[in-house]
Structures are given as C-alpha cells and as structure tokens.
Design a protein around this ligand. Sequence first.
Ligand code: SF4
Length: 336
Amino acid sequence: MMNSIQEKNLNQNPNTWQRELAAGFSNSRELCEYLDLSSSTANALPSPTFAVRVPRDFVDRIEKGNLADPLLKQVLAAEQENKVFSGFNNDPVGDINAVVEPGVIHKYQGRVLLITTGSCAINCRYCFRRNFPYSDFQLSKQKLDQALQYIQNDNTISEVILSGGDPLLLSDQKLFSLIQQLENIKHIKRIRIHSRIPIVLPSRINSEFCDLLSSIQKPVVLVIHSNHANELSHSVKMACEKLTACHITLLNQSVLLKGINDTAQSLSDLSEKLFEFGILPYYLHLLDKATGTQHFEVDNHTAIALMDKIKQQLPGYLVPKLVREQAGMSNKIIIS
Ligand code: SF4
C-alpha cells in the first residue's frame, strides 16, 4: 500500500516511469507482506540506516515465499548489516580522496566520473557507495559549472563517466543538457553512463529518452548493472532492444555476491542471457568492502575457482573480467 508521500509524488509525476518509481517499496515489512513472507521474518528485520528502496517491476521478478531468492537478498535489509567487521569502511574504494571538484572523481588517467545525483531507483544492500556523503557533493548549478570547467581545462580527459547514484534518475532535460555541454568539449571522445535503471525500472527507457540518446553525436557507452539472470525479464528485454536501436555500446558489470550469484551455473546463465539481450559482460567485481556488506563477500580463492569453471563453459567474449578496485590505485586490479 502506498503512503501519503508516495501518493503525492504519484500525482505530481505524470510520466509512467516516475509514477512507477514513486509507487516502489520503501519498507521491509510491506515488501515481506507482498511477497508472502511470514510476519516473524518481517519482525526480525532491522531498521536500516541505508533505506530500503525497490521498484515493483523488480519485486515482481522475486519468487513469493522464498527468503533465499537471489533478487530479494539484494534488496532486503539484513540483520548482519549492523555488525562491524575490520577491513570494512565507509569509503572502500577511496572515492573521497579522489574528489577534485564537488561531484568530480578523478582517479584514472583520461577518465573522470561525475556524481550526477545521490539517488537510485533501487537501494542494493551491497552497494559500495551506501555510506557515501552524497549531500556534501551535490551538484548545484554553480558547482556543475565548476565541474565542467575542470573537464574543459584538462585536455588529457577523453571520457566522462556519468554516475551517481543513478544518472538516469535525472529528468531528460537535466541529463541531456549536461550531455550536450560535455559534447561541446572538444577533447571528450566518449560519454559513458553507469546505470542500473534499465534493469530495475525499464519503463524509464521510453521513446522520448531514446530519441534524445540517439541524437548524441559522440559515442555513448551504457554500462548497466545486473547480477543474476532472473533480473533479465521481458520488460528488461524490451528496454534493451530500444537501447540497441540507439546504436550505443551496451556492457554489463556485476558484483560477485555470496548466496546470490556465487556459482558457475549462475554466472554462466547471466552471461548467456545478457548476450541474448544484446549486452556484453564487462566486469565481475569482487565486493568493495563497505561497512554493512561483509555477509556478501566471496573470497579471492573461491572467485578465481569460479572464473576457471566459467572459462570452460563459455566463449571468451562472454567471460567478464574479475576485478578488484583498491583505494589509491591508478587502475582496477584484474584478478582473472
Ligand atoms: S544502483 Fe548502483 S549505486 Fe545505486 S544502490 Fe545499487 S549498486 Fe549502489
């Protein structure tokens, strides 16, 4: 059932995807009720500091009554999140030290990352930015101008990565006005967008959005984020077909997650289905050790053994690179 804030948002947002976003679940108890999970399950859940947020379209891919469902485990707050473990911290990949202007993270040569928003359509419990102080880096008009000036002034930057949060949560007007400004910077060769929205809120990929995407002159790489083949529903397929028609490059990154996709079968099924949807597997990330995520960790040894198995099962172009991001390093470490 929607609360009054959600109803108000719904009335103010006539676009389908915005209506769907406003009607998503933001409460573990309601989520459990909807999925026929017992009230004792709901009662045992903690009140998380990192809010629960999940669109209905995604929830409808979860098996009812199954607490072990691989999609449910990604979104339901667990009691383990409140435990403290050494080696886990609030900024596991060293983003804060790499901030060069508000909203601009410059870690790797030739590329900068723009934090366009602090919000996502879904809150993934394992997220490496779950504790990121987004409010300190909010892009006001003035800060955005500063960010663009930084990019303009450094002609070694050839690629801008729009990230967040999720950049596809911006209105078309905001997103494409930003892209247009980036297009005007001569030394920018490519625009990369990191988004989980085609997977979790496929209605966002509507014809207005696709028309604007198709009008971008510079090459666009859209890196989506899917962790399990069950996420790749019919509605996601429709969205991916529209994106493919925009002549952009579609890649996927996943996180290796204990109890969710840590079997060779699960990873192979994901790669096969991604390809069916027109997407190439790009990275499989080892977990970034953010506070509250330790129960998702798969150790290096197990991860490498899994990679060895999927290399035997899949053609090379369907095998993602197993990588770890380490704070302070000038590139990701390729493990396998
Ligand atoms: S969509 Fe990406 S940034 Fe947002 S919560 Fe999930 S993993 Fe984190």
